[in-house]
Design a protein around this ligand. Structure first.
Ligand code: NAD
Length: 458
């Protein structure tokens, strides 16, 4: 029996955007079989031809940026200016990996008695499991390198936000990708994701989502020894020293935690501020938070939209004390009426034993705490099981580098809160997962090295 259709809702209006037929276990099997059938020809394509098709795919995305951006904004509730940026990134990712197809070289290795060389070979069918916070962007981070290496891909978006992945797959086909090379399966709950992870026809699982689900993915993938890349949760810190450009750090802080309504694995949801400037920083942060434009995601001026679902809003609200005992230093405003709104909220000072300090909130709530010196800052920054990203604000270059070494994170920024660039590797350590997306480093996750020795003995 097929599952009930997936009802896709606009989080800003709570209206139904689309009803999509849900795919059952059989349809996931069929998608994997089609991807498996498409694999040999795709892998055997001349590199130049594969690169050309990826470039055409990128151009198709560019030609449909506005349409895709509006689709993403309506489905996720993110500001339209953010969605445009994300669609530009999708195209850039595809262009970048189109350029990588014929530069993913092996090596020749000096050995006795012959010639030894290494080849990068594709793996086969990749299962790409994607969360709801950056549906198109994260799908592209997996599609780009996987396709460039010669794999075929079955994308499993979150059932909350499947629309942009479905449209991307259509655009890929229109751009000339052979049928079966990119497919999308949509089904409510964890069924389709689990089916992909456990499927013997899937050669690699690239998963982005929560740490809890990541553990389940790894456990299930163990049965078939399927390799996994896990991009999981985070609880990243911004560390602001007294010598920093305080105004600049405070101006940049809201976007780093309230961007995408805090539903960002890299959200700097903790800010550590050196004690002498703590009060001043909190004042500046509260002012900047109050000035944040929260409202209709389709309006050009909007900086923050609603949360993705009623469930997510309840989850975020659950981090705050219902009796109002939290140290709320300031809050932004939200529109009335329908939509899953949650005001951007600054908590300061927050003690280290609070849930808001230790756990990933995935909503627009930031916890601010003072520190005394560099060693204290490192201890606080690392006082989390996660290790995804983080920022250090200081004018002392040597200290910036010491901090960058000492903070446990896969991605760290100095005097900036940005973590993601197409050409640079992105990913976490500790409970934030392993493996790298983006950059040339991502290619390693979608290929295997074959070592070939040729004897030159007469
Ligand atoms: P989630 O883990 O609930 O779901 C992510 C995706 O995995 C969805 O498509 C879901 O259907 C599927 N899924 C869930 N359980 C599964 C299972 N057991 N087996 C196979 N598939 C399964 O996460 P979410 O709520 O969609 O997204 C929020 C989480 O994602 C946050 O924890 C966030 O930090 C994390 N995230 C991490 C990154 C990163 O790059 N590190 C990026 C974005 C989001």
């Amino acid at each position: 029996m097929s599952p009930a259709p997936v009802r896709v809702v606009n989080p800003a209006t709570e209206t139904v955007l689309a009803e999509i037929p849900a795919q059952g276990a059989e349809e996931v099997d069929e998608a994997v079989a089609r991807a498996g059938a498409a694999f040999p020809a795709w892998a055997a394509l001349a590199p130049g031809d594969r690169a050309r098709l990826l470039r055409r795919f990128a151009e198709a995305v560019e030609a449909h940026t506005e349409e895709l951006a509006l689709l993403e904004t309506r489905n996720v509730g993110k500001p339209i200016t953010d969605s445009r940026g994300e669609m530009a990134m999708v195209a850039e990712v595809l262009h970048f990996y189109a350029g990588a197809v014929d530069k993913h070289r092996g090596a020749t290795v000096p050995v006795a008695g012959g010639v030894d060389m290494t080849w990068h070979e594709p793996l086969g069918v990749v299962g790409a499991i994607v969360p709801w916070n950056f549906p198109a962007a994260i799908a592209s981070w997996k599609l780009g390198p996987a396709l460039a290496c010669g794999n075929t891909v079955v994308v499993k978006p979150s059932e909350l936000t499947p629309l942009s992945a479905l449209r991307l797959a259509e655009l890929g086909l229109e751009a000339g990708l052979p049928p079966g090379v990119v497919q999308v399966v949509v089904r409510p709950g964890t069924g389709a994701g689990r089916a992909l992870v456990e499927h013997p026809g899937v050669a690699k699982v690239s998963f982005t989502g929560s740490t809890e689900a990541g553990r389940d993915v790894m456990r299930r993938a163990a049965a078939t020894l399927t390799p996994v890349t896990l991009e999981l949760g985070g609880k990243s810190a911004t560390v602001v020293f007294a010598d920093a450009d305080l105004e600049g750090a405070a101006r940049a802080a809201p976007a780093a935690v309230f961007g995408n309504a805090g539903q960002d694995c890299c959200a700097r949801s903790r800010i550590l501020v050196e004690r002498p400037v703590f009060e001043r920083f909190v004042t500046l942060l509260v002012e900047a938070t109050a000035a944040l434009v929260v409202g209709d995601p389709e309006a050009e001026a909007t900086q923050m939209g609603p949360l993705v679902s009623a469930h997510q809003r309840a989850r975020v609200a659950g981090f705050l004390d219902p009796e109002g005992a939290d140290p709320v230093a300031g809050r932004g405003t939200v529109p009335g009426g329908p939509g899953w709104w949650f005001p951007p909220t600054v908590l300061a000072p927050v003690a280290g034993d609070r849930r808001v300090w230790r756990e990933e909130i995935f909503g627009p709530v930031v916890a601010v705490a003072p520190f005394d010196d560099e060693a204290h800052a490192v201890a606080l920054a690392n006082d989390t099981p996660y290790g995804l990203s983080g920022s250090v604000w200081t004018r002392d270059g040597a200290r910036a580098l010491r901090m960058a070494r000492a903070v446990a994170a896969g991605v760290l920024s100095v005097n900036s809160n940005t973590s993601v660039r197409v050409a640079t590797p992105f990913g976490g350590t500790r409970q934030s997962g392993f493996g790298r997306e983006l950059g040339l480093e991502a290619l390693a996750g979608y290929s295997q090295v074959k070592n070939v020795f040729v004897s030159t003995e007469a």
